[in-house]
Write a protein that binds this ligand. Structure first.
Ligand SMILES: [Zn+2]
Length: 342
């Protein structure tokens, strides 16, 4: 991985102020500009849901997708109006330009320190999953707040209706490989590692009915093979590590998820928090965890992509075939057959 010096532009859309700061970015071997436009929540929320296709650099531009696999131009629904005056809410919404594959989360990427004191980003991995993901969605809705969901491709093909609920509730959907393979595994060839990333993207897009997710990616087990970090840079996909890991997958109960999270958060004062909507204890912990964030004066930052990810047509086509095979059709009857009139 090459360290590349380049400028970071931080733009405040509202208030006509412009600040420019210089910094260092590790973005694989790709030099590029990262622009983060930051604006407050509220009316700006809808503006953040831009779905215009991002122009990819010529070298990385995939062949034009056939009509059947092109992204569905659709405005993501905004979050429902907040009816709870005591809710945690959303303090700030930032828009991320993922050109060159910027990395976030100080556990691995220490260049982009954009969170202010007492700001957090909530992230949820490994879903969608029955019961636990809907419980996480309810807890977020009750507190009028939001997070990023890093979905596993296979899980998205099992439970597309649940992933659609995540998207339709106004949350950001990113990807987390096709089958949660650890990409540092020496048995995998470079092509197999790329397949894991690309098939995961196409699977999430398929599950969302052809709507491309955000170009936000998290490596399974936070294992970052340098050549895949570089590859994501060429694909203009942002990489998400974390600032603090809740270790919810190891927790024996909900209380432990809360205790570990706040022990770390109170020390750091801010950060991107790693959790799993896949896990029962996390779903159980979230209502209290969100209440404690509010009580502790923390504010949630929503991270939005400036443009959706550009999936590769060959993976979209392959996924279309895979998704039709009975071997992966493990969706419950209720998600396949719905009574619409009786
Ligand atoms: Zn995971």
């Amino acid at each position: 991985m090459k360290r590349v010096a380049c400028a970071v532009t931080v733009r405040t859309i509202r208030g006509n102020k412009m600040r420019v700061a210089a910094g260092l970015i590790v973005a694989g071997s790709v030099a590029g500009f990262l622009a983060m436009s930051m604006f407050s929540s509220g009316a700006a929320w809808a503006q953040a849901q831009k779905t215009a296709a991002a122009p990819a650099p010529a070298a990385a531009a995939p062949a034009p997708a056939p009509a059947a696999t092109q992204a569905v131009a659709q405005q993501q629904p905004p979050r429902a109006p907040c009816m709870n005056p005591e809710a945690l809410g959303v303090g700030r919404t930032v828009e991320i330009d993922t050109t060159g594959g910027p990395g976030f989360g100080f556990e691995h990427f220490k260049e982009l320190d954009f969170l202010r004191d007492h700001e957090v980003v909530l992230t949820f991995d490994d879903g969608p999953w029955p019961e636990n993901t809907p419980a996480v969605l309810k807890a977020l809705a009750d507190q009028c707040t939001t997070g990023i969901f890093f979905s596993i491709g296979k899980h998205a093909t099992y439970y597309p209706e649940i992933l659609k609920q995540v998207y339709n509730a106004g949350h950001t959907v990113g990807t987390h490989t096709w089958s949660h393979a650890t990409l540092t595994n020496k048995k995998l060839t470079e092509d197999q590692r790329k397949d894991e990333i690309e098939r995961g993207i196409s699977a999430v897009k398929w599950a969302l009915g052809g709507v491309s997710p955000a170009p936000f990616f998290r490596f399974p087990a936070l294992q970052h093979p340098p050549e895949m970090v570089t590859y994501l840079g060429t694909r203009n996909i942002g990489i998400f590590s974390c600032d603090l890991d809740s270790f919810d997958f190891k927790a024996r109960n909900a209380q432990q998820v809360i205790d570990v999270t706040f022990k770390k958060l109170d020390k750091l004062g801010k950060g991107i928090i790693l959790m799993h909507d896949f896990h029962k204890h996390t779903a159980e912990a979230l209502p209290e965890l969100l209440r404690r964030l509010k009580a502790g004066g923390y504010k949630v930052v929503a991270m939005r992509a400036k443009a959706p990810v550009q999936s590769l047509p060959q993976y979209d086509e392959d996924l279309g075939k895979i998704a039709k095979l009975p071997t992966v059709s493990q969706r419950p009857v209720s998600s396949v057959v719905t009574t619409v009139a009786e």
